[in-house]
Ligand binder design. Structure first.
Ligand code: 9MG
Length: 275
């Protein structure tokens, strides 16, 4: 099994690590440490040296309560980073909700579009369908501005799964082949701690949607609630969460702490495969 990701064919036989690079001044998880494109690029190179398989570059924060960023500013933040990484042969994902930026990022060499609105916006599917890039379709209840106000579900696993099944079908109708599709339950996006825990326990049920399964729990508020720690102190909790996600079926983990996650996965793989 593999993920077709632009010009890259990534094997899913072993877990892939997606390193997070936020080119934003207001990210919850790294406090805007890499807000300048040059700093972001240096950070991406560090994550690659630590063993990241994919780099996810974002120029607009999606944390709860985040303020929207104009296209010009988002473009200024992410395009130089994408161009430089793609030119050095790295599979780059862009975290954006804007179809115009999706097109420009693909032109700059991006191999994956990571859209927290699952390409549900006007013209989003069209922006990517006739290209070779992979797409990550994520579930979110509400929008980043208000999503944590009062998340509610009758059955969170069933509802998130049904939503993603519908988005996979829409993507396939638009011409995006299954081997280009990644699904993601969207931990923390309109979910309480109990919702997130239920999704993590039942992650395996999302594998049958086809394509690859991604989980992003790194440094999230849920881990803060469980440990009482601030975002930069959530490394151990994040590694535990990534490991549980892989154990429960994730093919890709989206993380800030690549080296620590890689070490944990090396132990997990040795136990699992004897290698
Ligand atoms: C941008 N972003 C923040 N958290 C994320 C998550 O859990 N999954 C994906 N796909 N993107 C995320």
């Amino acid at each position: 099994m593999h993920l077709q990701c632009g010009r890259f064919k990534l094997s899913l036989e072993r877990p892939l690590v997606m390193g997070v690079v936020n080119v934003t001044p207001d990210s919850f998880s790294d406090g805007g440490l890499h807000a300048d494109p040059q700093q972001a690029l240096a950070h991406a190179r560090r994550l690659l040296a630590e063993g990241a398989d994919i780099i996810d570059v974002g120029g607009e924060s999606t944390r709860p309560g985040a303020i929207a960023v104009a296209l010009d500013e988002e473009r200024r933040r992410v395009l130089p980073v994408i161009e430089a990484l793609a030119a050095s042969g790295v599979p780059v994902s862009v975290d954006t909700r804007k179809p115009q930026l999706m097109r420009e990022a693909i032109g700059a060499g991006a191999a994956m579009i990571n859209d927290v609105t699952a390409l549900s916006g006007p013209a989003a599917l069209e922006a990517v369908a006739r290209t070779p890039v992979a797409v990550c379709l994520m579930h979110m209840q509400g929008d980043p501005g208000t999503m944590q106000a009062n998340p509610s579900y009758r059955d969170v696993v069933l509802e998130v799964r049904e939503y993603l099944a519908g988005r996979v079908a829409a993507a396939e109708r638009a011409g995006i082949a299954r081997d280009r599709i990644v699904v993601d339950p969207g931990f923390g996006f309109g979910k309480t701690v109990d919702h997130n825990l239920a999704l993590l326990r039942s992650l395996g049920k999302f594998r049958s949607l086809g394509g690859a399964l991604l989980a992003g729990l790194s440094r999230k508020a849920m881990l803060g609630k469980l440990t009482g720690r601030e975002p930069l102190e959530r490394v151990h909790a994040s590694v535990a969460a990534a490991l549980l996600a892989v154990q429960n079926g994730a093919h890709i983990v989206r993380v800030h702490d690549v080296a620590a996650t890689r070490d944990a996965l090396a132990v997990w793989l040795a136990v699992k495969d004897g290698k």
